[in-house]
Write a protein that binds this ligand. Structure first.
Ligand code: ATP
Length: 327
């Protein structure tokens, strides 16, 4: 539903000389939603985020927040705040002073700044570490300090540039849950740039998948994963096979394929490799016309009837699971 607090990109383009980093993007980011900007390296995600933040100028088009054109406002006047990948904390300042820095710039008095910083640090579970220097914090704690510093400006939209990439895999999962919870509690929009489709699926109310400077597909995590519009989306989101049948292109979830008997309907393929994934074994195979197929075989089934590279098998599926792809 469209509300007056939405963030809108209207025909936004960014050129660097002759190169087009973002090409005529129009998109509505609904207020209060968790949006993941996803896509391969160089597709224009960071440039889009930086234009929203005001750290990059717009070559063409407009950025509207709550119906107000913010395209030419300085970052601090936009109602947005950015959390950088590097966290960019001042090393010589305590966590509290880092968090309250922007309030100092606005001329707020020391007592008010300290109180607001402490409130924000409480919110991210860092109240007890307010007097430390950034170097005395773990990666996860630095990340929370950076989060508190961005949130203290009370933004309508928080922009996060690969906020989890510096964390180890275990911490990444935990912090990811915390980010989502925080977004719900604050009720503001988070726009989170990531390379990771799993991260986007886990977090996002809306996934915006970019490729070659444009939005390839946007929708709920379910929509983008279950109904990929193009081959690129199916391949990028993972978990899909792409098949050409009777001259038409389809995606087929790899967990919807199964190994069938030679007389059953299916495709004859040669097994190339298999990979143990815990609950399933991914069996990679090559079929007619060099079609690459991955079948997810439940671990137990695989154990009872192991398959080896070089072996011929037949892979079947329910025709209802074929999803047509556009161009
Ligand atoms: P990554 O995931 O690798 O960070 P990205 O999707 O965020 O990639 P951008 O950083 O937005 O991609 O870059 C988009 C395109 O614009 C790339 O081709 C990049 O080389 C180019 N680009 C980005 N910044 C500049 C710049 N300051 N000058 C020239 N070209 C740039």
């Amino acid at each position: 539903m469209r509300t007056s607090l939405d963030l809108e990109l209207v025909a936004v383009t960014k050129r660097y000389g002759n190169a087009v980093a973002v090409n005529n993007i129009t998109h509505l980011f609904p207020a209060g939603s968790y949006v993941c900007l996803l896509g391969p390296s160089g597709c224009g995600k960071t440039t889009t985020l930086r234009m929203i933040a005001g750290h990059e100028t717009v070559s063409d088009g407009a950025i509207l927040l709550s119906g107000r054109d913010i395209s030419h406002l300085p970052p601090a006047k936009r109602g947005t705040a950015m959390m950088f990948q590097s966290y960019a904390l001042f090393p010589h300042m305590t966590v509290r002073d880092n968090v309250s820095f922007s309030l100092k710039m606005k001329g707020e008095d020391a007592a008010t700044r300290g109180r607001k910083a402490d409130e924000m640090l409480e919110l991210v579970g860092m109240g007890h570490l307010a007097a430390r220097l950034p170097a005395q914090l773990s990666g996860g704690q630095q990340q929370r300090a950076a989060l508190a510093r961005a949130l203290i400006t009370r933004p309508q939209v928080l922009l996060l540039d690969e906020p989890l990439s510096a964390l180890d895999p275990f911490l990444r999962l935990r912090v990811r849950g915390e980010l989502k919870k925080l977004q719900r509690e604050l009720g503001i929009s988070f726009i989170h740039v990531t390379h990771g489709q799993d991260e986007a699926l886990a977090l996002a109310d809306q996934v915006v998948l970019m490729n070659n400077a444009v939005i390839e597909q946007a929708g709920t995590a379910r929509e983008v994963f279950l109904t990929p519009r193009t081959e690129f989306v199916a391949r990028f989101m993972g978990g899909h096979n792409v098949l050409s049948l009777d001259g038409k292109r389809y995606s087929l979830r790899s967990d919807r394929t199964r190994i069938v008997a030679p007389q059953d309907r299916g495709m004859d393929v040669a097994v190339v490799a298999h990979e143990f994934l815990g609950t399933h074994v991914a069996v990679n195979a090559i079929g007619p016309g060099d079609t690459e197929l991955t079948a997810m075989v439940p671990e137990e089934e695989f154990r009872l009837a192991p398959i080896e590279p070089g072996q011929g098998i037949r892979i079947g599926w329910n025709p209802a699971d074929l999803h047509p792809l556009g161009h």
